[in-house]
Every structure is written in structure tokens, then in C-alpha cells.
Design a protein around this ligand. Structure first.
Ligand code: 4AD
Ligand code: MG
Length: 466
């Protein structure tokens, strides 16, 4: 029986015989009996088992125990299991890395394959799973279809920077090596070595260069322009050469796309969705929130309650810049918002804030342009608690000529984009959508300050251990 099921209905189970399986988290031998804490990962607290004899069970050992569930005479737990029969399923030796009681989150990152056995990571991952259930409930209720477009793609959606290229070539074979070094001299005679791509892509799997997707948006637009409202929970991949607490090379990207709606309505979907998730986890993950609130993420429950009740402010980019300047920050119109400015704005508004209508010069080619082609109909949602940008979204340029003009201006190749520009030729409609960093949202609802602690196996710059 799962330990969470015992917690849910222990009163009806008292005095009956049950079977539990799990891993030892503590073991305290006394004179005649041993107190064993066993957990199977379904609940933040394990079950206390009383085993006859004074054997010490090494932390990490897996056991199967049959016994009688009784009311606990001691404080600290409501019930305990009196073992009748015990089977050691898997022995564990003293090299088990989680045998020490207190280990920092940083240190535990070295044991991603085992850290889900700790109370903290068990709670983080169960909350993440609840957020996922909430997501599907919310969008299904709103009439969105869940479809995941291709991950291997010819388009570079957000521009060429930071894409991973896909190839089947074996780079350990020098004759097939794509990159050769050649020397060039500059005007001062200084020699530099440059890489020349001599690779014959026509011999590769797709007969041309292809990439791991940075965003499923463009394909989602095509499906939305046939089915109305769609979403994906695909992974996206970005090669950013920096290690921050908010960036991964591989992240879960919740992206939605919908036709016949306005920018204001799109922002409202974002706000309603986040509040729906907040209510869902408060209801379904109450024990995990309580567990994290105790030590690791103090104030987590208050935070989640605040998200439900607080208004999400809306401000235009131009005004946001003035606010930041009035607080003494050095930022000019036309510049992107640094983390410092994002935090300044969420502090100013005492909560989440949508910053809309950015200059198109610093945003993507597909965003719907204003009349004068300087600003665009887009928004970033900034979250407090040092999370910063959680959502990036926009209405999409649905005018064929304006889209092509912007693609030219931003140097986006037309050939791989034909499927995309076609959508503006064959019954173009107003539509828009957004992308939300699912792992960043998990930071919000677990209090983890490093995105690597919200993902079972984090893959990040210079870090791919699994
Ligand atoms: O703002 P971004 O780059 O927007 C897009 O990719 C659009 N095509 C989305 C769309 O409109 N369908 O990314 C969206 C969100 C960001 O706000 C951030 O939360 C998250 O994705 N994100 C990352 N999360 C973790 N690691 C990274 N390297 C991330 N890059 C973006
Ligand atoms: Mg963005």
C-alpha cells in the first residue's frame, strides 16, 4: 500500500494488516526493537515501523514489511506499523551519499539520481507533477487541444543565437569532421584561425542543417490557424553560454496559441492560468507545501495565497522605463530589462506585472507591429520573488507584406519559413500566444531559488551528467 494512501485513510485502516515497501530514511535500534522510518516517495513523511530485535538498517536499504497499523503512543506521528514479517529487497552500503541528515541543495545536485529520495526533492517533484495536472485541467476546460509539434526543426524561431544543431555525424572520425581551421590575416597582419564549415550536409540524415527547437511557437501557430486554440508542453533547447539560476539548456516550455483573441485577453489567460495553478497546488499539495514551508522555503504557503489574491498589474514598456528611471536605475528606451530592472518593477507594483508594447527593434520578427512599426503588441510577465520573466507572449503579425518586410529587416531566411508565411496567404486571422517557462513556474510554487532544483535531471551550460 502506498504511504500516501495510509495517510489519507489511516483511521479506517487502524488495527488491520497492511504491506508497505520503500526505502529506510532513519533507523534507531533500541534494546529490543528498532524504530525504522520508511518512505516510498508518495508523501513527505514516511511511516514509522517497529521491528523486533535491535538490528540497524542502513539508510537507503529497501524493505518490504507486513504488519499491523496501530495508533502511535508517541508524539510526532498519528500511527505506526508493528512489523510481523520483513524482507530486505535491496541492501545498501555505507557509501550511500544521502546517509547524512543535513545536506545543502548545492551538494545534493551532485546526486540527481538519488536526491528525489530526500523529503525536500520529493516535495518539489510532487508539486511539479501537480502543476502539470493543473495545466492540462485548465487548458482542457478552456477548449485548448494538446498537441506537441516536432522538436527537430529547420526554423530558428527566436533568431539564430543559441541553437543546438543536430547531426548524425560521428565527430570522432576526422575525415567526416565538419569544422576545419584555416588562417586569415587582418589589415595589421595579425593571424587568426577561423573555422570553416566544409561539412557536406547532403550526406547527413536530413540532407541539410537542422536544429533542436528553441520554441514550438511557429508550428503551434499553424495548428491554431486550423483548430482555434492549442498548447504544448514540449521541451525547448537553448545554448546560452552562461550559468544562471534561471536558465537551462533544456527546459519545459508551456506554449499556447489561440485565434480571434486580443492582447488583453491573452494576458488574462496567463493570469487566470497561474491563479488556477496556485489554487490547485494549495488544495492538492498541501502536505508538500507544509513540508517545504517548514525549513527550505519559509513563507511558501503565504506566497501562493498572495498569488491568488494579488492583482497582476499591466504597464506599457515606455512607462516601465520611466518608473525604473525614477527609481534611479540606469536604463534607456530601447534597452532590454535586466534582472535588476525586473525586480525593481515587481517591487514597485508589489506583485506580478505585465510589461507590454515593447520596441520591435529588440523583439522577434513575428510580433504584431503597431501602426508606425516601432512598437509591437507583445508582453513579458514579470514575477516577484526574484523570478523575473516568466512569460513572453505576443499577438502575431498576420499581414503577409508586413511580416515579410520585418523578416528581411531582421535577416530571417524566407525559404525555411514558407510554411509560416503561407498562413498569412491562406485565410489569415488575428491570433496570438505565449511561452511560459514551466521550470521557472515550479520555482515560484516550490520556493526553489535555482532552476536546477526544479528539474529531475538538469541539463545546463557545461553540465550534462546524465
Ligand atoms: O521569451 P521567450 O524566449 O519566448 C519564446 O520563445 C516565444 N516563442 C514563446 C511564444 O510566444 N510561444 O521564452 C518564453 C519563456 C520565458 O519567459 C522563460 O520563462 C522561459 O521561456 N525560458 C527559459 N526557461 C529556462 N531556461 C531557459 N534557457 C529559458 N529561456 C526561456
Ligand atoms: Mg522572452
Amino acid at each position: 500500500m502506498r504511504i500516501s494512501d495510509i495517510f489519507n485513510s489511516y483511521e479506517t485502516l487502524l488495527d488491520s494488516n497492511i504491506l508497505v515497501q520503500g526505502w529506510v530514511t532513519t533507523s534507531r535500534p533500541q534494546k529490543d526493537v528498532t524504530f525504522v522510518k520508511l518512505n516510498d516517495g508518495s508523501h513527505p513523511e514516511g511511516i514509522q515501523v517497529i521491528v523486533n530485535g535491535s538490528d540497524k538498517f542502513v539508510v537507503g536499504t529497501s524493505l518490504q514489511i507486513n504488519g499491523k497499523l496501530v495508533k502511535s503512543p508517541a508524539e510526532g506521528q498519528l500511527f505506526e506499523l508493528l512489523s510481523d514479517s520483513l524482507v530486505v529487497l535491496g541492501h545498501c552500503d555505507n557509501s550511500y551519499p544521502l546517509s547524512k541528515t543535513k545536506m545543502s541543495l548545492d551538494h545534493l545536485r551532485n546526486f540527481a539520481h538519488l536526491r528525489a529520495r530526500t523529503a525536500t526533492f520529493g516535495s518539489v517533484f510532487r508539486i511539479k507533477s501537480a502543476i502539470s495536472h493543473a495545466t492540462h485541467n485548465f487548458f482542457e476546460e478552456k477548449g485548448y487541444f494538446h498537441l506537441d509539434p516536432n522538436i527537430i526543426t529547420v526554423n530558428e524561431c527566436e533568431g539564430g543565437a543559441g541553437v543546438f544543431q543536430v547531426t548524425e555525424k560521428d565527430i570522432s572520425i576526422p575525415s567526416k569532421l565538419a569544422l576545419e581551421m584555416s588562417e586569415t590575416k587582418d589589415v595589421n597582419g595579425k593571424v587568426t584561425k577561423v573555422k570553416t564549415d566544409n561539412y557536406d550536409w547532403s550526406q547527413d540524415h536530413f540532407e541539410k542543417p537542422v536544429y533542436l527547437t528553441v520554441s514550438s511557437q511557429l508550428q503551434l501557430e499553424a495548428i491554431a490557424c486550423a483548430m482555434g486554440s492549442v498548447y504544448t508542453t514540449n521541451k525547448s533547447f537553448r545554448s546560452e553560454h552562461s550559468s544562471t539560476n534561471k536558465h537551462l539548456s533544456e527546459f519545459t516550455h508551456l506554449e499556447i496559441e489561440s485565434c480571434f483573441l486580443t492582447l488583453d485577453e491573452l494576458m488574462q489567460v496567463g493570469e487566470d492560468y497561474i491563479k488556477f495553478v496556485a489554487k490547485y497546488v494549495l488544495d492538492k499539495s498541501v502536505n508538500d507545501i507544509k513540508n517545504l514551508d517548514k525549513f527550505v522555503s519559509k513563507g511558501l504557503k503565504d506566497r501562493i495565497e498572495t498569488i491568488i489574491t494579488t492583482p497582476f498589474h499591466r504597464v506599457k514598456y515606455t512607462e516601465a522605463i520611466s518608473i525604473a528611471q525614477s527609481k534611479g536605475k540606469t536604463i534607456k528606451f530601447g534597452e532590454d530589462l535586466s534582472s535588476e530592472i525586473e525586480n525593481c518593477l515587481t517591487e514597485h507594483f508589489c506583485g506580478p506585472v505585465f510589461v507590454s508594447h515593447w520596441p520591435i527593434a529588440i523583439k522577434s520578427f513575428y510580433m504584431k507591429q503597431d501602426e508606425d512599426e516601432t512598437l509591437c503588441h507583445n508582453f513579458d510577465l514579470l514575477m516577484p520573488y526574484k523570478i523575473g520573466e516568466l512569460i513572453g507572449g505576443s499577438m502575431r503579425e498576420d499581414n503577409y507584406d508586413k511580416l515579410l518586410m520585418m523578416m528581411k529587416r531582421k535577416g530571417v531566411s524566407e525559404e525555411p519559413m514558407k510554411f509560416y508565411t503561407d498562413l498569412r496567404l491562406y485565410g489569415s486571422v488575428p491570433h496570438g500566444g505565449f511561452g511560459l517557462g514551466f521550470d521557472r513556474m515550479t520555482m515560484l510554487f516550490t520556493g526553489m531559488e535555482n532552476i536546477k532544483d526544479t528539474v529531475p535531471f538538469p541539463i545546463a551550460f557545461r553540465n550534462c551528467a546524465y
